[in-house]
Write a protein that binds this ligand. Sequence first.
Ligand SMILES: Cc1cc2nc3c(=O)[nH]c(=O)nc-3n(C[C@H](O)[C@H](O)[C@H](O)COP(=O)(O)OP(=O)(O)OC[C@H]3O[C@@H](n4cnc5c(N)ncnc54)[C@H](O)[C@@H]3O)c2cc1C
Length: 409
Amino acid sequence: MSDVLIIGGGFAGVWTAASAVRTQREAGAADSALRVTLVDAGDDLVIRPRLYEAGPEAMRVALDRVLGPIGVRRVAATVTAIDTDARRVSAIARDGAELHLPYDRLVLAAGSRVLTPPIEGAQHLFDVDTMPAAAALESHLGRLADLPAGAERFTAVVVGGGFTGIELATELPDRLRKAAGGDLQDDVRVVLVERAGSVGPELGPGPRPEILAALEHAGVEVRLNVELRSVDQERAVLSDGTVIPSRTVVWTAGMRASALTRQISGSHDELGRLAVDQHMRVTGVDGVYAAGDTAAAVAEGGHVVMQSCQHAVPQGKLAGTNVAADLLGLPLVPFAPNPYVTCLDLGSYGAVLTLGWDRAVAQTGAAAKQLKQSINTEWIYPPVDDAAAILTLADHRTTWPTDAVASGS
Ligand SMILES: Cc1cc2nc3c(=O)[nH]c(=O)nc-3n(C[C@H](O)[C@H](O)[C@H](O)COP(=O)(O)OP(=O)(O)OC[C@H]3O[C@@H](n4cnc5c(N)ncnc54)[C@H](O)[C@@H]3O)c2cc1C
């Protein structure tokens, strides 16, 4: 029996596990040929792309309902070390026990984290990167009405005008109005702070008019060419000296691959991701694969994948297919994800769908919003309690439903 060990139960890790099982069964190998184990610190697949929404605590799927039916062993533990010479991973279990997990093939799918800045008062920043952080913001918003009145009470500052910052800034006015209740609706203020000279600098000019219209529609004030300098419980201070009274300053800028990537001696890009070959093998490190936000895989046209769910899922499916193929003596499959698309939520204004790496706008308004809702509430969720459905979807050749939109069908 060979051990496939997967670190991380996010989108990449879960689909790695399912695809490894699928490949083994498709090959007609005995169930005992591979032991597939997934180790994650938590018990849930956290639906991170939804953590900017209200009610983040519900954005999860119990890992056991996906892994259990397909016979994947789950270990609830935090990985602390990876020894690629001894082919062994060390982890701390919930009861404090130290675990040593051997592997024949390792898949690192430990995701990414937002990098909070080393500024004065950083401990007062909120973020929507993890379930506990998003839940803390939600609970803070729910308590605002009980705090003393003042300009800071229902004012939120969102720092970072990228993907997450835009989605959160266009969502927050409604969440704050709900928190403010009846007479205090006019006290709600949301400010979006971006250090570049335009909103969504990495999204390019295509969707920008829609983004700006949505921010205006939501009444969000935009401050460009300025950074957050310091923060405390009642104010944010910007690099141009502006003081914004605010009890809610949310940091959204800058993602970094899991620190576990540094325990593997491959080459790392500026986001900390490991270089992988077209089969998701970490370059130069025997027996180790990476997938999702830890891997700098190359997609169509030579573009390096985005740290996105859209790329984490196909990378996971490919890594799972290939670790199993590798151990069973089958040919490996090259990475060929579906064409890149972006669907950005713009709050009550709608959404914007773009196609390709230059992000040509393909859909806006209510139609794009409906698509975003389908993505967020259906497509990114794995099937649960149904081995056949999980293994069918684990096929690395499955397409995203957005492909139908992209091709106009
Ligand atoms: C607010 C927000 C909005 C987003 N919106 C979009 C969007 O619209 N579209 C899109 O495509 N993407 C979006 N993303 C990005 C997307 O969520 C990530 O790219 C995706 O979750 C990456 O999947 P992953 O499996 O690589 O990592 P993750 O989902 O981060 O999962 C990693 C897993 O590894 C586990 N782990 C980490 N370290 C350890 C350890 N030491 N020991 C044990 N377990 C560990 C974690 O607990 C976690 O379960 C968004 C992200 C955020 C935060």
